[in-house]
Design a protein around this ligand. Structure first.
Ligand code: 4NP
Length: 159
């Protein structure tokens, strides 16, 4: 029996927010010694950056916190709803794109918003797009993603 929990993080370009969430979640499950229970990946609703490494600004901000981001951008696809148990959208636009892509109502129940799991950022309803922002944008995004990834793991442990 396969008891893995499969989590897919989704943003627009899959070069800033979702690959960072992917790298952070990988490290959290490793530190907790439960990496074998998870499959973690990320994708974008927009395919224009496919094959690219994360944005260099995100890679440097993440590396200052000890995360080496090596994911290659890919576009989310309908089959991801079969493979993954949780599909976690960074903002409302991603959430709506995922709902349009979901092949059924049951599949759409796998879609969550990252901000739901951010306990230390109770006033935020989405993870802002840092692509056109400065340094602070990336730091805020990483703070929220660390918060949200811990929140996801806690919510799964309560089940
Ligand atoms: P991400 O950031 O969705 O966090 O990867 C963006 C990356 C690329 C673009 C927008 C947002 N873009 O317009 O190309």
């Amino acid at each position: 029996m396969d008891m893995k929990t499969r989590i897919l993080f989704v943003c627009l370009g899959n070069i800033c927010r979702s690959p960072a969430a992917d790298g952070i979640m990988h490290r959290i499950v490793e530190e907790k010694g439960v990496a074998g229970n998870f499959e973690i990946d990320s994708a974008g609703t927009y395919g224009g950056h496919r094959g690219e490494l994360p944005d260099s600004r995100m890679r440097s901000a993440a590396s200052r916190r000890g995360y080496a981001l090596t994911h290659r951008s890919r576009q989310v696809r309908e089959e991801d709803f079969e493979r993954f148990d949780m599909i976690v959208a960074m903002d409302d636009m991603n959430y709506e794109s995922l709902n349009r892509l979901a092949p059924s109502r049951e599949a759409a129940r796998k879609i969550f918003r990252m901000a739901e799991f951010c306990r230390r950022h109770p006033d935020r309803t989405y993870v802002p797009d840092p692509y056109y922002e400065g340094h602070e944008g990336f730091e805020l995004v990483l703070d929220m993603l660390e918060d949200g990834c811990e929140g996801i793991l806690e919510s799964l442990c309560q089940k």
